[in-house]
Write a protein that binds this ligand. Structure first.
Ligand code: PHB
Length: 402
């Protein structure tokens, strides 16, 4: 060694150091993860980017990406790759889209969908497998955290029962005796109307007529004429996105707004109150979020979302944001090892989400246990009036994990 040139000595030291480093690394890190550690975590997204629910899909996506960007665009130290498919709100296309993300794209997680029918179709495929892990950032299908519940299926939003049941209670509490329900004829509408009706009738009310319209049709005129002739005290309704904006405008234009009080889960006015203008003002709904919630997480979130998108936040954005928070906590817990499914699931089961809606945790069926608020539209904003139900947990009927 003594007659080595300075240059070759430096090279030798460098090489020896690198070798020593390699030995140390490979003895501590499992081979599977060592290979995958440099690859990005793959997040498949199946959400609507066209049609009546496009606003919902965009709000969820923007807010989830915002949350992950706030964490340095890394999950457990690894880069993130998003592979997004427009669900087109098509139930028949859901199996093909889901299988494409699983088999062709090899995703670690699937985030989606918005639509209850698609959610059930996806859960039937994903729940039979060990991977990927599905995170539902909107669709309320009761079955997904009921009979179709599975270790690798989580929801960051709500069950259809959750915001609707307190809505029916509110309608009875405010003194109404008769009501008509009106919604789209598919999982979400059917389940929300059933929950609202059950609560309303328990409170002494009577649902005198149940109207269901093919999804996503928006020709409401004949149905509004029927409601006018039935003269109920109240109307209980679920529509969302573009369809909700149209319903609110048609309801007001038909002269019903000041005569027959309109209620429903807050999706009715969520993200569309500004566009509906005077037709939305004063409407009272129940939901797991209100724009004016006075907590630090909500204030920071609304400011960051506005800055990133130029738009006011809504409940769909909250659900996307919380999906990002859940992913961050889960992958931090396994130090980025997206293949450590059992540990990821454990981390998601115990996660506490410091959400703009208020802090929440997963139920045993993997659905948020959360407060349901009473809100009222004021100047296009969903203003908090009070709490309709504290820490409400979905009954998760038929879920074997409960
Ligand atoms: C659903 O299909 O589950 C659904 C869609 C839109 C909403 C809420 C629920 O706003």
């Amino acid at each position: 060694m003594s007659n080595m040139s300075d240059n070759s000595r430096r090279r030798f030291i460098k090489g020896a150091g690198a070798l020593a480093g390699l030995t140390a690394v490979s003895s501590f890190v499992p081979v599977r993860f060592a290979i995958g550690a440099t690859a990005p975590v793959k997040i498949g997204i199946l959400l609507p980017y066209s049609g009546t629910y496009a606003m919902l899909g965009n709000s969820i996506t923007d807010a989830m990406k915002l949350r992950i960007a706030q964490a340095g665009d890394k999950l457990g130290g690894r880069a993130v790759e998003y592979i997004a498919i427009d669900s087109e709100m098509s139930v028949p296309k859901a199996p093909t889209n889901t299988n494409k993300l699983i088999k062709k794209n090899n995703v670690d997680f699937i985030v989606g969908p918005v639509h209850s029918g698609i959610a059930a179709a996806m859960a039937k495929i994903i729940g039979k497998r060990k991977t990927p892990i599905m995170i539902v950032p909107n669709a309320g299908s009761n079955a997904v955290t009921g009979p179709l519940c599975a270790p690798n299926i989580f929801r960051t939003s709500f069950s259809n029962w959750q915001p609707a049941y307190p809505g029916g209670e509110l309608m009875a509490k405010e003194g109404h005796k008769t009501a008509v329900t009106i919604s789209w004829k598919y999982g979400a509408g059917i389940q929300m109307m059933a929950a609202g009706k059950e609560a309303f009738e328990k409170g002494g009310g009577k649902v005198v007529r149940e109207i269901l319209i093919p999804f996503p049709k928006v020709n409401f005129q004949a149905h509004l004429a029927e409601i006018a002739s039935l003269k109920p005290d109240a109307v209980f309704s679920f529509f969302s996105g573009g369809g909700a904006a149209k319903f609110l405008k048609d309801y007001a234009a038909a002269g019903l707004k000041d005569k027959i009080t309109l209620y429903g889960p807050g999706f009715l006015t969520e993200g569309v109150a500004k566009a509906a203008g005077a037709a939305a003002e004063g409407i009272k709904t129940t939901l797991h979020y209100a724009d004016t919630l006075d907590n630090a997480a909500n204030k920071a979130f609304r400011a960051a979302y506005k800055k990133a998108t130029g738009k006011a936040a809504n409940v769909f954005a909250v659900q996307g944001y919380d999906t990002g928070s859940l992913l961050i906590q889960a992958l931090d817990a396994v130090k980025g090892d997206a293949g450590a499914t059992a540990d990821l699931i454990k981390a998601m089961e115990v996660a506490v989400i410091d959400s703009p809606r208020g802090s929440w945790k997963m139920s045993k069926a993997h659905n948020p246990i959360q407060d349901i608020y009473v809100r009222q539209v004021e100047n296009g904003e969903q203003k908090l009036l009070g709490v309709a139900a504290k820490q409400l947990e979905d009954p998760a009927k038929g879920c074997k994990m409960v």
